[in-house]
Design a binder for this molecule. Structure first.
Ligand code: DCT
Ligand code: MG
Length: 407
């Protein structure tokens, strides 16, 4: 599962090699081979992917096509979407900018003689290199379907199947159409429309830190020793996101129980909406239920964020900002200590990183990895770990800090 890069790209991929091959001591024959041929590993969990990378022009284009594929409803759309994401993820991990077609040679999921999907990524990148843009991507971006689906799926509680129904069956196109038409909406969708403007503004790091601090202080006041860990995009180093993901835990196994109800009650006035999901610990231990969705006790919420800090900073806006607030999405997940490392790994993302590490674990290690733990595929034996570092080590992977999982 290692692919070599064209010879004229003598660039270091040290961070992709197992620790044993990065040492300064006398290299083994194998290590010498690896040092002279640069290689890009196939799985995104085997290579560093920073938040800021060199190929945004191409990855943005490929991710438009990924998004478009996810909006469509045909049997191949999921596989198509994945192929565009894989191509994009390869480009994000390159420590240089692609400037000519020759550099695409041997890149995983971009240059493959036996995959038409990889060929599609290559075609798009080639078009951009030669013309400065891709006709196909421009066509998708400007299409009525894509524009409307983006608006509809941007409403909290609305997914592609509802959005498609609105687009095709009801001929709706704009947010105004949705607001004026008497639609039967779910509770989530009603709130999604009511707070649409707020929820579509990014949640800023400063705001996320404020909310995390409030939840942390509340949890520790309720139960000493309780921990609140920021996961999701903010843990990877993003400075804005669509929501704040927080894991609540306790160093003593079992002491996390009951925390969710207590913290929600204590912070009642701060929440506009809370949708609690009960834990289902029986399901997490059966093999067939190890889907991507985990079974922790959790809450998807809309938080009433008060702009107290901003009024002080911006004198001219004091009157406007005083007493104002904005709706923000916050997810709270309650995790027992024995599963904490796995839950943090599973909730740090990206979504593609999680998909890749699970695929690597299953195919290369014959294990199953979830947000609850790690199990042998054949005997269903549980393998414990106390930290993310320990999980990577047990999987034979070089440790990647969250900031290098941005694929
Ligand atoms: N996750 C996953 N599979 C999904 C959705 C989420 O593995 N289908 C994991 C990875 C990221 C984490 O949960 C939090 O999810 P989001 O909040 O949706 O993503 P994010 O990376 O935090 O991005 P954003 O900044 O938009 O919130
Ligand atoms: Mg998030």
């Amino acid at each position: 599962y290692i692919v070599s890069v064209e010879d004229n790209q003598k660039l270091q991929f040290k961070h992709h090699l197992p620790a044993s091959k990065q040492e300064d001591g006398p290299p083994s024959k194998k290590a010498r081979i690896d040092k002279t041929t640069d290689r890009i590993p196939m799985y995104a969990c085997q290579r560093s992917t920073p938040l800021q990378h060199h190929n945004k022009q191409f990855t943005d284009a490929l991710e438009v096509l990924e998004e478009h594929a996810l909006y469509r409803d045909d049997p191949n759309s999921e596989a198509r979407a994945l192929a565009f994401r894989r191509g994009s993820a390869t480009l994000k991990s390159l420590p240089y900018k692609i400037t000519h077609v020759g550099q695409l040679k041997n890149l995983p999921y971009i240059d493959s003689t036996n995959s038409s999907k990889a060929g599609h990524c290559k075609k798009i990148i080639t078009e951009i290199l030669e013309e400065g843009f891709s006709d196909e991507v421009e066509g998708v971006t400007n299409s009525e379907f894509f524009k409307s689906m983006k608006i509809f799926c941007g409403i909290f509680g609305v997914g592609p199947s509802t959005a498609r129904k609105w687009f095709y069956d009801l001929n709706l196109r704009t947010l105004e159409d949705i607001k004026t038409k008497k639609l039967t909406l779910t509770k989530d969708q009603t709130l999604g429309l009511r707070y649409h403007e707020d929820l579509n503004k990014p949640l800023l790091l400063e705001e996320a830190n404020h909310i995390a601090k409030l939840v942390r202080e509340t949890c520790t006041a309720l139960r000493s020793g309780c921990t609140v860990t920021v996961v999701g995009g903010f843990r990877r180093g993003k400075d804005k996101g669509h929501d704040l993901d927080l894991i609540i835990s306790h160093p003593i196994e079992g002491n996390e129980e009951g925390m969710l109800a207590m913290v929600l009650e204590k912070l009642d006035e701060h929440f506009i909406y809370t949708e609690k999901k009960a834990s289902n610990t029986k399901r997490q231990t059966s093999l067939e239920s190890r889907s991507t969705m985990d079974h922790f006790e959790k809450c998807f919420s809309i938080f009433k964020y008060r702009h107290e800090g901003s009024a002080k900073q911006s004198q001219s806006n004091i009157l406007h900002l005083e007493g104002t607030w904005a709706a923000k999405r916050v997810d709270l997940i309650v995790v027992p200590k024995s599963q904490f490392a796995f839950a943090v790994l599973g909730w740090t993302g990206t979504k593609h990183f999680e998909r890749e590490i699970r695929r690597y674990v299953r195919s290369e290690k014959k294990l199953v990895l979830t947000s609850h733990g790690m199990y042998t595929l054949d005997t269903n034996e549980s393998i414990s770990a106390d930290s993310e570092e320990e999980i990577f080590e047990k999987l034979g992977l070089n440790f990647l800090p969250p900031s290098e999982r941005c694929c």
